[in-house]
Design a protein around this ligand. Sequence first.
Ligand code: ZN
Length: 292
Amino acid sequence: MKAIFQKYGLVKIHKNRNSRDGIFHWTSAGFNRWLTNPVLCGHTAYLQRITTSKGKRKRNKPEDWQIIYDTHPEHRLITDAEAAEIQQILLFNSKTGHFSFNQHPNNPVCYREYAYQTGLVFCAECGSKCITKSAKHQQGMYYYFACRYAGMGCGNKKSTRKSTIENALINILVQRSQTLANQLDEQPTREQEKSEKLKQLESRLEALEKILGFDPDLEKLKQKIRLQIAEEINPFLCDSILNKSTEEIIRAGNHLAIWHTLSPDEKVKIYHQIVHQITIRNAEVEEVILKI
Ligand SMILES: [Zn+2]
């Protein structure tokens, strides 16, 4: 969260938390609560909220929740082992404030932007593990994956840009999560009510994504709109999450903007837990194989 706030120059504002006034309310506590919700592991948690002796509702301590295991095992998004790992990471981060041994103390991000792709990308033609490449262009550096045997027996000669791989991966994740959410709710779902602002932002982003070619300014603009969308649909807004059902929480975590706004460190941990392999062929992603 700190990385996101610093990177995008967002200021955390504590007043008017309950109003829809367009200020970025996404708290790291809210995101952590979402990540650690037993619902994602196929369990159901009761007593998440309790009534105090004074009649007020408040959050119960997670260790006091009554968890009914495997209420929807076929729809789990995260295994128990992965959930334990996520807990470990959060605990580690809470103790160290994201500090790790290989980073500069003034620079809280220890992984590079696409570091999580290392070890996951394979050649669709010959099956070998791809190698990373970079090229300097007028607008800055471009980063790619390429087959190590390109031109030496393998016909997959054109490298694939890391940003292309990321976009394909995120699209697949959102599709998969939406399928899971739809399976959970077998009755026809009514179209989620979208605010006018959200519809506008989504169509702006769609228009920008149709522009071919790579331009860092354009990428910055797209990222800005994604953050605005995340803010609109913000599932981690403290009070709104309390009234949401299981399905709604999972569905809320399914928007493109949420994946796009993870920090490089979060991506390394989370994507390595859920992605098995990505194959590429001639500048395109051919297949994304998830672990679920
Ligand atoms: Zn190859």
